[in-house]
Design a binder for this molecule. Structure first.
Ligand code: R5P
Length: 261
């Protein structure tokens, strides 16, 4: 691994060198969902949470329009797109942001969705592989977003399959979902794995699966809706952080969350 790639990877996931978890804050939803609940005014929601996140995953437009230029937070830029929630099949994505533009935006990593089992599986795998070729030429790590789509069966068998394929294609970070038997998925993925939060669930539930994922070997979370759709996003991201980074018990973190409401 080149010095640049290693350095950027450790900036995106600063817990990696000392074996703790990291908090990536996912706010890229609008690229196919439009003004997602909680992100209607992205700047208003995001800016107060920046001090509590290790890195930000977002689209080019929100980076340019809603994130202060003087921030030092490492950016993971979504570079795949091509559809919206108005279509039944959401797997028809391609590379839509060049690596040159990602470098111009001073990002620390790029993110691309692969749709294993989806109608456009082949297209997204080939596009992803070409992105790895290009990004690695400049020492830019590539995060593979797996298991996205409306009808995916998010069990261990499917998530392990999708995650391992991402590793085989050259992903530097795999983003997937937590599931029963998650430690087996981790065992089959020799790169850092982060979990998405998925749809909003009660805060304690989200804190518990974040805790379980890190206990099973995840490198952290890449969580969105369970933070920005919380009754108190600022309290929630701090609770997530205490579980993922500091190893707090999720029940204690939840008590802390409630007491500061
Ligand atoms: C999905 O394609 C997006 O990449 C989201 O960033 C991802 O689903 C994580 O967000 P959430 O925790 O809301 O599921």
């Amino acid at each position: 691994m080149s010095w640049g790639l290693r350095n950027r990877l450790d900036r995106v996931l600063p817990g990696l060198p000392n074996g703790t978890g990291s908090v990536m804050f996912a706010i890229d939803h609008g690229y196919f969902m439009g003004p997602t609940t909680g992100l209607e005014d992205p700047r208003k929601t995001i800016v107060p949470l920046l001090p509590h996140a290790d890195s930000l995953m977002l689209s080019r437009g929100i980076l340019q329009n809603s994130i202060p230029k003087r921030t030092n937070i490492p950016i993971v830029l979504r570079v795949s797109s091509g559809n919206s929630i108005l279509n039944d099949d959401m797997s028809n994505e391609k590379l839509c942001v060049s690596v040159e533009d990602a470098i111009r935006l001073n990002v620390s990593a790029v993110a691309f969705s692969i749709y294993i089992g989806g109608a456009y599986e082949h297209q997204t795998i080939v596009e992803f592989s070409k992105l790895v070729n290009d990004a690695h030429r400049y020492g830019i790590p590539v995060l593979a977003v797996t298991a996205v789509g409306k009808d995916m069966n998010r069990d261990l068998r499917y998530l392990s399959l999708a995650s391992r394929i991402a590793v085989e294609l050259g992903a530097d970070i795999v983003k997937t979902y937590y599931c029963d038997g998650f430690n087996e998925l981790i065992g089959a993925c020799p790169v850092p794995v982060v979990i998405a939060g998925g749809k909003k669930v009660p805060e304690l539930e989200a804190l518990k699966f974040a805790h379980n994922a890190v206990s099973d070997g995840a490198a952290g979370v890449d969580m969105g809706r369970n933070i920005f759709q919380s009754d108190s996003p600022e309290n929630m991201i701090q609770a997530v952080r205490s579980v993922v980074v500091d190893g707090a018990d999720p029940n204690d973190a939840y008590e802390q969350y409630k007491s500061s409401l």
